[in-house]
Design a protein around this ligand. Sequence first.
Ligand code: ADP
Length: 358
Amino acid sequence: MFGLSKIFSGKSTEKAPMLEALAAYRSSAFAIGIEQSWVKDIQQTDGKSWHVKLVLPFAGLGEIHDIEAFINQKLACKVTIEAQVKLSEASKFKQIKHIILVASGKGGVGKSTTAVNLAAALQQEGAKVGILDADIYGPSIPLLLGLQGAEPKTADNKHLLPFEAHNLKAQSIGFLVPSDDATVWRGPMASGALNQLLNETDWGKLDYLIVDMPPGTGDIQLTMSQKVPASGTVIITTPQDLALADAQKGIAMFNKVNVPVLGLIENMSYFLCGHCGEPNHVFGKDGAVTLAHRHGVPVLATIPLATEIRESSEQGHLIAQNNAESISETYKTAARVLVSSLYYQQAQSAVEIVITDD
Ligand code: ADP
């Protein structure tokens, strides 16, 4: 834990350029730079070297190198940044700060693959993360985490212990009910099972709980989204017209139940040609961007159709945690942009509440 801020004590004027440079940094995730309240300490270690301590209010450690490079260039000095992630808001559910739903209008678009890799990426970015598989039609998270055949356990006969794999806590609706029975499920039954998993799993402290929702926009998905205290949702789509039309229905459904749509992720967006390296837009181009513009939501990422993604998934590996694969950076950037959007959205609504109260 960093000590109390001393940035304005002593020779604070010398530290002003550093604060200004930090504030001037820009990226998709750090849309308005490094805020002064995130800076806990600035020390000049020798003539041209500085040490800065940051506490980030969202998972974003993967960008620290870029921030250092920006400052090094801007101030022509050497800066090392020590950072940790600490969400400042109160928990929304038990000891869970944010529940984020990952949804799709139709099946087979890569929703579960994206959900589990977003969870993995958030963990890499410095957050405590859980993943809850709520896809009653085909719970695949245990498989994607290499947990097939695992049996749920309890320590006190009241609560289920979450599974722990790849530094994530995990739980799946598939452990409660066999997926063959899903066709006879109704909304209340599905939302009951989801609530049971949320309430009766001993999640402990989590920054983000990612919920892999069942695909579609029917009664089941509506009831489930209504019952979960979610901070927001991400909708996964492919560039195909049919998938986009269903994604649009997804946006409408979440608007109806007042769950903020944090953004779209276009999966299988393009295929990188093994020969010429050019992106090939197999399923169409710019569909998600057009849809996102129409509804005023961002496209958080475009993820290529890549053999490595499918192969890693089949082996129970999380590609987002494998730094040797360039695709891991795509998932990490998407994860940073997702949780920073959530941070700015919450910060903005807090300001609106203050204004209303005056
Ligand atoms: P959904 O949850 O939407 O039904 P899945 O995540 O189960 O979809 O993915 C369906 C199939 O597509 C799986 O075999 C998965 O490995 C593969 N897949 C998902 N995303 C990609 C991608 N970007 N590139 C290649 N294969 C992918």
